[in-house]
Design a protein around this ligand. Sequence first.
Ligand SMILES: C[S@@+](CC[C@H](N)C(=O)[O-])C[C@H]1O[C@@H](n2cnc3c(N)ncnc32)[C@H](O)[C@@H]1O
Length: 227
Amino acid sequence: MFYYYGRKKQIAKYYPKPNYDTIIEPFAGSAAYSLYKDNWKKKVILIEKDEKVYDIWRWLIHDASENDILNLPDLKVGEKSSEFLHIVHAATKMAFHFKTIKVTSVLERNWEISKRVFGENLFKIKHWEILNKDYSESPNIKATWFIDPPYKGDAGLGYRHSSKLLDYGKLAEWILDRQGEIICCEGKEGDYLPFKPLIELTGIAGKVSKEVIYYRTDKNLQLDLFE
Ligand SMILES: C[S@@+](CC[C@H](N)C(=O)[O-])C[C@H]1O[C@@H](n2cnc3c(N)ncnc32)[C@H](O)[C@@H]1O
């Protein structure tokens, strides 16, 4: 919904379609999978531990009107901002550690795009639920679980609640205990589940990043679409 380091907006199309009436994202971030195509029409439950990210969702879901979105001020290069919603648009994983940021042309442009995205998509999220909790406190209901934790290793270090704070062994056990369907995202260092290659992405300066996936259709079926 908003610009976010590690969001799945560009690659949402590569993940399996949700087969259940409910989608749960226990590591919400900007929840690109839930917003993708018609996925938003389902019952969507987001869980996010970072209070500042939770506050953005709470505002968008419960408070913001289309008029509020229209009235959001533009950002101009050289200005300063201490709003976290602006800061996440700076396109750097260090954003989580800045209190104030100087607006760059990238931030100005990302913010302009996000304002348009908010305006066009606000109605889609008004029935969603957002919880400010740890992933482990998610309700274990039959659902499509889109699980996108901070990636193991360096790639997941930027977040306020980063890869350093996660016990991936415990996370793996918790993932396998989910009811319903599991889609779990990881990067090249993901080794705690039998991940399979999904796609290789070429970023700025030709840097290739590897995306892997663990997919399980249903706890009782144990089928794997990717075999
Ligand atoms: C890779 S990002 C999710 C990106 C998201 N899929 C998107 O499309 O924007 C991981 C998110 O998990 C959150 N997080 C980290 N540790 C958490 C925990 N223990 N419980 C819940 N959320 C957590 C981070 O704050 C971050 O927003």
